[in-house]
Design a protein around this ligand. Structure first.
Ligand code: NAP
Length: 359
């Protein structure tokens, strides 16, 4: 092993190329499985690949599980991290602490053997994959043998005792969405959630319902009103209306607005996993309203120029996945909403055994 450069709390000592950048921007990281003094080395059990990234990889592999596995192995071997060059996004991991660096012992009580979920993106996490065992093509969960490194500044959460691990991982992956909704939405407001029947969309709708209250209005938008998630939103009352529309189709959105959102939304949350929906979120939002682009498929250029082009004076927020206390807020959203909790358990805990083995 090469001598290590001066240790950096932000992880720059793990950057192989190019020089002078932090790990998220780096093209390649050193994923050597040792815990330097300011690091936490983990044995990884599973990766939760970011939805936009997983969808892109599945499409590029024609839905073939062996090709998805080969794609992920090659990507991580090349970059020393799971940083999809097409979508720019990553995901998170769940694993067990193998070693805590000498300078971090006593770090929030963390010790070897503890099971944790990372709350920083895989796009900046040194990752080594020795083997891929199973892939759940429905959820983007990949069970691996390998290691990951968390830096001194890296966020993580202990896995809760009252939820299956797979469920906790699904919720923690998108924890920023319900946490930001809790901050942004005020009682009586109108909220639109685009991509409402996915993980982040469901949590965002439940949180918006609670915050907007009985005087508020929550509208979900998604391509299919017959999905289990869309039916849950309506049946449990998390939305007042579910609009069946493809958010890439602005004319479909414009046609739906008079009935669903006659006064437009005070707050719009974009939770889609496809590109090309920015203008729909903009059109759904009233002047001086706020759009939170949680989606990793968001184009800054399309959003900025799109709003200007249609003369919309809206505040647009980049979807920072982190908000203080976001993990606790997201898990609590599930605990406070038994129908949502049942849905997540059915969808994410029950599918795990059916995941496709990878030889
Ligand atoms: N900001 C962050 O830190 C952060 C963290 C994690 C994830 N993300 C991103 O957040 C987004 C959502 O993640 P997720 O895990 O919640 O994804 P998900 O569970 O896969 O949900 C995606 C949702 O988008 C909907 N959708 C797809 N195409 C659509 C269209 N044309 N029009 C309207 N809705 C459409 C899907 O509907 P169907 O299921 O019916 O197709 C689904 O409801 C992704 O882009 C992901 O990469 C961001």
């Amino acid at each position: 092993m090469k001598p290590i450069r001066k240790l950096c709390s932000l992880g720059s000592h793990r950057v192989l190329e190019p020089a002078g950048v932090l790990p998220q921007v780096a093209r390649k990281l050193d994923a050597t499985p040792v815990a330097h003094a300011n690091e936490i080395l983990c044995d990884v059990e599973a990766l939760n690949i970011d939805s936009a990234s997983f969808r892109q990889i599945v499409e590029a592999s024609d839905g073939d599980v062996a090709r998805v596995a080969a794609h992920v192995l090659a990507l991580v071997a090349d970059r020393g991290k799971h940083h999809n060059p097409v979508t720019g996004s990553g995901g998170m991991f769940v694993g067990r602490v193998r070693a805590v660096g000498a300078g971090l012992t006593g770090h929030a009580g963390l010790k070897a053997g503890d099971r944790i979920a990372s709350l920083v993106s895989l796009t900046l996490t040194p990752l080594r994959i020795d083997a891929i065992d199973r892939i759940d093509m429905a959820t983007g969960r990949i069970w691996i043998r390998g290691t990951a490194v968390l830096f001194e500044t890296g966020l993580y959460a202990a896995l809760p005792d009252d939820l299956p691990d797979d469920v906790a991982l699904a919720v923690l992956d998108v924890a920023g969405a319900p946490a930001q909704v809790r901050r942004l939405v005020l009682p009586g407001q109108t909220v639109a959630v685009v991509g409402a029947d996915g993980k982040s969309g469901l949590l965002a709708c439940a949180q918006a319902r609670e915050r907007a209250g009985p005087a508020g209005r929550v509208v979900g938008i998604g391509p299919d009103r017959a999905t289990a998630g869309a039916r849950l939103l309506v049946d449990a009352g998390y939305v007042d209306t579910f609009v069946e529309a493809d958010a890439r189709d602005v004319f479909a959105i414009l046609a739906a607005i008079p009935d669903a959102l006659p006064e437009l939304a005070d707050v719009t949350i974009s939770c889609v996993n496809v590109p090309g929906t920015e203008l729909s979120s903009i059109l759904l939002t009233k002047d001086r309203g706020t759009i939170y682009f949680f989606s990793m498929s968001t184009s800054f250029t399309a959003a900025a120029l799109g709003a200007e082009g249609v003369g919309k004076d809206v505040t647009m927020m980049v979807g920072n996945g982190y908000a203080k206390g976001h993990a606790a807020t997201a898990l609590q959203t599930l605990r406070d909403n038994p129908p949502l909790r049942r849905y997540f358990i059915e969808r994410f805990a029950a599918t795990a055994p059916a995941a496709t083995p990878v030889s």
